[in-house]
Ligand binder design. Structure first.
Ligand code: SAM
Length: 206
């Protein structure tokens, strides 16, 4: 399993990640994080759990499992397990080949992860597989701008941004990709009154 798994090792990103998230949350991301995590119910999987920044917010979940391929991120997340309001575990694994049984989760959360996973369509197929029928994908993502000029700028900066930001792609049309992988988008909020790049929503497994 580990031999074929996506390799991810970003010690510097892991070291500065929480400081960057504090700034982003202060800049307005926190309410969307709370909406996303509070929507997660039952047995919950967070794909790309990172440093476990969200773990403390899963107040409506029965259990949370976090998966991530980066050992530096996971080492930090381990220090947060006690902050979760429900039983929480971490697994080193790849979102494109999830090490879980079919239909074994009620909710899967992707929080700023579909921008980083190399093949987001493959990850969404795996998310679909591990969700029970009728289960929910909850997402919080930054995406390709609906403004053409900004989208072109995002395209231009993506090669450099990927290198400095742990593989993050700022130019992905993630909501479209979700809808193309047998999910029905059931709620969608977009920043900037519908013209921004941050999206938060839910999608039901078809
Ligand atoms: C921007 S961080 C998001 C962390 C956390 N979910 C949050 O909301 O703060 C993206 C995470 O995706 C992880 N990641 C990268 N490739 C992945 C893959 N193939 N499968 C699962 N997670 C992956 C990275 O290691 C990183 O921890």
């Amino acid at each position: 399993m580990l031999a074929s798994m996506a390799r991810s090792s970003h010690p510097i990103v892991a070291a500065i990640y929480d400081a960057a998230m504090s700034l982003q949350d202060m800049a307005g991301l926190r309410p969307q994080r709370l909406r996303a995590t509070h929507a997660a119910r039952g047995r919950v999987l967070e794909v790309g759990v990172g440093t476990g920044w969200n773990l403390r917010f899963y107040r409506n979940a029965d259990e949370v499992v976090g998966v991530d391929p980066d050992p530096h991120m996971l080492a930090r997340a381990r220090g947060r397990l006690d902050e979760a309001p429900c039983p929480a575990t971490l697994v080193e694994g790849d979102g494109q080949a999830l090490p879980f049984d079919d239909a074994s989760f009620d909710t899967v959360v992707s929080s700023l992860s579909l921008c980083t996973i190399l093949d987001p369509a493959a990850a969404l197929r795996e998310i679909h597989r591990v969700l029970r029928p009728g289960g929910q994908l909850v997402f919080l993502e930054h995406t390709r701008s609906p403004r053409p000029r900004l989208a072109r700028l995002q395209n231009r900066i993506t090669p450099l941004w990927r290198r400095v930001a742990g593989g993050c792609h700022p130019n992905r049309p993630t909501v479209d990709t979700i809808a193309q992988q047998r999910f029905e988008v059931t709620s969608l909020w977009r920043s900037g009154g519908g013209r921004g790049v941050i999206v938060q929503g839910t999608a039901q497994r078809r």
